[in-house]
Design a protein around this ligand. Structure first.
Ligand code: FAD
Length: 401
């Protein structure tokens, strides 16, 4: 559509997470107006993880959506990248796992990038703050015959849109009810946190863990660690608008909750102290220079999350409502592609909104492609989980969400 025609359209994006913000940047770059409705009252009201691995398709999508200065800031603020992944035993011996090694296969222009999650979100927010309405939780929507969509929010306000894009994450009702996304609880969990790189911690933690990514495969679970070392020589005034960062070790366990003595009903009731105790119990016999990761851990950073996944889906009837990211295709973090797929969605949808002759045509073409590549990414992520916790997922017996 001509940008001039799009200027009269009311585009509503639900959710200011990684995917919704990336889409908003793409729309802004092309001069298309939009409004984002975010349920949280500010961007940093809760922790959502620490490091994000951005692969080549994810990076290219960010490059497409971001203006040049913000894309450069994104590159400059990423932690140092290394090719490949080390597979280690719990006693820090080198091990081989052909499946894990295959994750880093393929010819790439550059190794995967490692931004700090909050930093990336702050970069994605730049220049579009005025388009975001915080404290707006979508509670209902209604399509009229003329194609308009009436949105209702928990504070009692409403908004009428010509196109609604749900980017509201794993609990999205539009994803579930409109796009027929069927999510399951895989029965596995991730426990993640970070360990700041103090001189004592750096001394105590094995040298092998101080460069790149390492995977340690245990019994019914695995640990992934990544050293996040930032290049402060690149720091200039454009960093002033970002929250300060310092080097840290990111680590995440993925596996069976029973291995950690946790039952499904109480994931969210564990204090960070209890989470740390569970980790200490499981890693009791590990190499001291590996255990040091938890000895020096930043306790408030610890978190437990159940691993959910969408199931591959069929197309639904397209309209003036669509979705992107976790809202329509949640993936196990074992694949490390959930956010990357959300960025790909954002770039593709922006491209189609500009190039197709109408909004319904853009949405239909976007959904056709998105369903294909996201079904593939969902499968890969579930397989990644099988490598990491060694239990074959049985979709039929998993609890639906
Ligand atoms: C431990 C862990 C590690 C991960 N690592 C990686 C990785 O390395 N690489 C990768 O590609 N992916 C990774 N992922 C997956 C990635 O985090 C998600 O796929 C990604 O955040 C999805 O982005 P999104 O914008 O779709 O959703 P979100 O980032 O969840 O954003 C959704 C937004 O919508 C808002 N919202 C929710 N409901 C409403 C409502 N009703 N109304 C208004 N707003 C609402 C939320 O507050 C939030 O701001 C990881 C996930 C986990 C748990």
């Amino acid at each position: 559509m001509m940008v001039q025609q799009l200027k009269n359209k009311r585009i509503a994006v639900i959710g200011a997470g990684l995917g919704g913000l990336c889409l908003a940047q793409g729309l802004k770059k092309n001069g298309i107006p939009f409004t984002i409705f975010e349920k949280d009252t500010a961007i940093n009201t809760r922790s959502q993880g620490y490091r994000i691995r951005v692969n080549e398709p994810g990076r290219k999508a960010l490059e497409e959506c971001l203006p040049g200065n913000l894309y450069r800031l994104f590159l400059d603020t990423c932690a140092a990248s290394y090719s490949g992944m080390k597979v280690l035993t719990t006693t820090l011996e080198s091990s081989r796992n052909a499946l894990v090694e295959s994750w880093s296969d393929g010819v790439k222009e550059m190794p995967d990038l490692k931004p700090n999650r909050l930093t990336l979100r702050e970069i994605l927010l730049q220049g579009i703050q005025d388009h975001i309405c915080f404290g707006k939780e979508l509670t209902a929507w209604k399509e009229s015959e003329n194609g308009e969509v009436e949105l209702a929010f928990s504070d009692g306000s409403t908004y009428t849109a010509d196109l609604v894009i749900a980017a509201d994450g794993v609990h999205s009702r539009i994803g579930k009810e409109y796009c027929k996304d069927h999510k399951i609880n895989t029965g596995n969990i991730t426990i993640y946190g970070r360990t700041f790189c103090s001189p004592e911690a750096q001394n105590a933690i094995a040298q092998e863990l101080q460069e790149g990514t390492s995977v340690i495969i245990g019994d019914r679970f695995s640990l992934i660690t990544d050293f996040m070392s930032f290049d402060f020589s690149r720091k200039d005034t454009s960093w002033n608008q970002l929250s300060p960062i310092s080097d840290y070790f990111y680590w995440a366990f993925i596996g069976n909750p029973q291995a950690f003595g946790m039952a499904k009903s109480d994931f969210y009731s564990h204090s960070t102290e209890e989470i740390l105790q569970a980790i200490n119990k499981v890693t009791y016999q590990w190499h001291p220079k590996l255990k040091a990761l938890f000895q020096y851990a930043d306790q408030p950073s610890l978190s437990v999350t159940p691993i959910r996944s969408s199931l591959p889906k069929e197309p639904w009837t397209s309209g003036n409502i669509t979705a992107l990211g976790d809202a329509v295709h949640t993936m196990s973090p074992a694949g490390g592609v959930g956010a990357n797929t959300a960025f790909t969605d954002a770039a593709l949808l922006t491209r189609y909104i500009i190039s197709k002759s109408s909004i319904p045509e853009a949405v239909e073409e976007y959904e056709k492609q998105m369903i294909m590549y996201s079904n593939h990414a969902i499968e890969i992520s579930l397989k990644g989980g099988e490598i990491l916790h060694g239990i074959t997922e049985d979709h039929g017996n998993k609890e639906s969400l």
